[in-house]
Design a protein around this ligand. Structure first.
Ligand SMILES: C[S@@+](CC[C@H](N)C(=O)[O-])C[C@H]1O[C@@H](n2cnc3c(N)ncnc32)[C@H](O)[C@@H]1O
Ligand SMILES: Nc1nc2[nH]cc(C(=O)O)c2c(=O)[nH]1
Ligand code: SF4
Ligand SMILES: [Mg+2]
Length: 210
């Protein structure tokens, strides 16, 4: 149990349950191949059975950390900071993003969109999940839509989500990692037949980097 004081700071978004932070190469989506500092915030209740960071789900396992500390670490490394999780939009992102922007950083988010949008973002990557569909604010503001393909039905889900997202969002299909041998060839065919979509791979896993 957190003390009352710390709980109040977390509620305001002045402290956040920080799981890990690392400087790496963005492995996925539109900004693939570019250097970025990742901040992974604990806590997620969406429950994707194939999630590759299940250790993030229980926020209580990750210490509430002041955003001043998070921002000063992140600013040392990179022009671009990617906020991910867990599900970062479970927390109020206003103060974190204001402070990162104050340091002149470009601020990106990786989100399922399952909670309303908070924060000021230079780039929003929406990866919608069937278990807990995105809120309208995230559909309206996303810069990219990245749908994970675990089975053939996910192509239908992807088209449904493309109908809901704003018309400027760039559309990606990304194979679920454990199904990549089976799904990647289907994605390749699908994109050739439906060229509004692009392929996204988890390139950091091929490069053996975080
Ligand atoms: C771990 S999630 C954290 C951010 C947020 N909860 C979300 O789902 O967008 C980061 C990205 O990894 C993707 N992802 C998670 N597990 C994956 C897997 N096994 N294969 C492919 N992509 C995966 C998610 O869809 C999301 O785009
Ligand atoms: N290199 C690298 N790129 C990523 N893009 C999105 C990631 C995430 O887990 O949100 C991720 C990640 O975990 N590592
Ligand atoms: S929403 Fe993101 S963090 Fe949560 S279970 Fe799904 S992939 Fe994992
Ligand atoms: Mg990842």
């Amino acid at each position: 149990m957190l003390s009352k004081e710390i709980q109040l700071e977390v509620n305001k978004g002045a402290m956040l349950p920080l799981m890990e932070e690392f400087y790496t190469i963005q492995g996925e989506g539109f900004h693939t191949g570019t250097a970025a500092y990742f901040i992974r915030i604990g806590g997620c209740d969406v429950g994707c059975h194939w999630c590759d960071v299940k250790e993030s789900w229980n926020a209580e396992l990750h210490p509430p950390t002041g955003i001043d500390v998070i921002v000063s670490n992140a600013s040392k490394y990179s022009e671009t900071v990617v906020v991910t999780g867990g599900e970062p939009l479970m927390w109020d992102m206003t103060l974190l993003t204001q402070n990162l922007k104050g340091k002149g950083r470009k601020v990106h988010i990786e989100t399922s969109g399952a909670y309303p949008l908070t924060g000021i973002w230079d780039w929003i990557c929406l990866s919608p999940k069937k278990n807990k569909l995105p809120t309208q604010t995230v559909y309206d503001n996303a810069h990219e839509l990245k749908v994970i393909i675990y089975n053939k039905h996910d192509f239908i889900f992807a088209e449904e989500q493309a109908e809901k997202v704003n018309g400027n969002a760039i559309l990606f299909l990304q194979p679920e990692w454990s199904k990549k041998e089976e799904m990647t060839p289907l994605i390749v065919d699908y994109v050739m037949n439906n060229p509004k979509w692009r392929v996204s791979l988890q390139t950091h896993k091929y490069l053996n980097i975080p």
